[in-house]
Design a protein around this ligand. Structure first.
Ligand code: UDP
Length: 141
């Protein structure tokens, strides 16, 4: 399988629960490497831009409010099949439907406050990583 990069965001609910390290451990135990990381307080415009694909959805306004409710931990991950591997580690969008042992099953409270974001495809991963990190600040290792 190819070495890929993907963007993870530990959302405000999980940052507030102080589980950044626990979530990072899951990435590392699965063989994913952290190749860039920043804690960010998103502005409304940044959150709206990041989730622009969902602008017409009924939950968009609440999603933006939630994403700007506190700092998030933005992280680029690298590894074999990183995009799918991260999605598997995250679990389903709705934590009630997420498999036992996934990040969302263990740390998320609801479908909107669901602990983590993960890129869903190679194209979105490239765009999302570039949204937060200049290429210069992503370190293959
Ligand atoms: N979301 C929500 N209500 C919904 C569906 C999604 O609040 O009914 C939020 C949730 O935070 C989710 C994000 O919108 O993580 C993006 O939705 P998507 O379907 O892309 O899910 P994901 O890729 O994050 O699993």
């Amino acid at each position: 399988m190819a070495i890929e990069r993907t963007l993870s965001i530990i959302k405000p609910d999980a940052v507030a629960k102080n589980v950044i390290g626990k979530i990072y451990s899951r990435f590392e135990e699965a063989g994913l490497k952290i190749v860039a990381a920043r804690m960010v307080q998103l502005s409304r415009a940044e959150a709206e831009g990041f989730y622009a694909v969902h602008a017409a959805r009924p939950f968009f306004k609440d999603l933006v409010e939630f994403m700007i409710s506190g700092p998030v931990m933005v992280t680029a991950l690298e590894g074999e099949g990183a995009i799918l591997k991260n999605r598997d580690l995250m679990g389903a969008t709705d934590p009630k439907k997420a498999d036992a042992g996934t990040i969302r099953a263990d740390f998320a409270d609801s479908i909107d406050a669901n602990a983590v974001h993960g890129s869903d495809a190679a194209e979105t991963a490239a765009v999302e990583i570039a949204y937060y990190f200049p290429a210069l600040n992503v370190y293959s290792r």
